[in-house]
Design a protein around this ligand. Structure first.
Ligand SMILES: C[S@@+](CC[C@H](N)C(=O)[O-])C[C@H]1O[C@@H](n2cnc3c(N)ncnc32)[C@H](O)[C@@H]1O
Length: 162
């Protein structure tokens, strides 16, 4: 598979998981967390899917399309290692949905960050809330959920917080 095919499949899987998770959290109260604002694409998709939810976006820098930069209250700038430990205070309540899109082309770095993030993502998610991640989470108390139709195993990861 070419890298272009792989990128397209990753984005299709991401969109399918975001759409699916938006339905799964219909009755779950709480804000949404976007971890990795990046270009702002998935943030923009989330705010289109969930217009009534508060969405907090985390990143170390602003690199998003100007239309996709959250207001100052909903943008948390800094390294995750500095911003996540106090994230619950910032977002005000456990998140109904956390989307972690933090990967780069470096698999070792991705695995290391995913291991660090895993318990911290669960800690900011309300009971019954959903975590979507581009990396597999490890050693967490959250049940893996089936992927939506058409998403190959291992391409994206979905969990329900206990
Ligand atoms: C794949 S991009 C996100 C793409 C974005 N979700 C979109 O749809 O446009 C990953 C983002 O995570 C951010 N990131 C990665 N590691 C981070 C860290 N340790 N602390 C803060 N931000 C980090 C990067 O700056 C980058 O913008």
């Amino acid at each position: 598979m070419s890298r272009l095919d792989s990128a397209i499949r990753r984005l299709e899987a991401q969109r399918a998981c975001l759409d699916h998770a938006a339905r799964l959290i219909e009755t779950v109260p709480g804000p949404v967390v976007e971890l990795g604002l990046g270009n702002g694409r998935s943030y923009d998709h989330l705010r289109t899917l969930l217009p009534a939810r508060e969405i907090f976006a985390f990143d170390r820098q602003i690199d998003a399309h100007p239309d996709c930069v959250p207001d100052a209250r909903h943008l948390v700038l800094g390294d995750f290692k500095d911003t996540l430990p106090t994230a619950l205070r910032r977002i005000g309540a456990g998140a109904a949905l956390v989307h972690a899109d933090t990967g780069t082309g470096e698999s070792q770095r991705n695995a290391k960050l995913a291991a660090w993030l895993s318990p911290r993502l669960v800690a900011i998610t309300t009971a019954g809330g959903v975590i979507i991640s581009d990396q597999e989470l490890v050693g967490i108390k959250a049940a893996p959920l089936p992927l939506p139709k058409g998403v190959a195993a291992g391409r994206y990861f979905l969990y329900r917080a206990g």
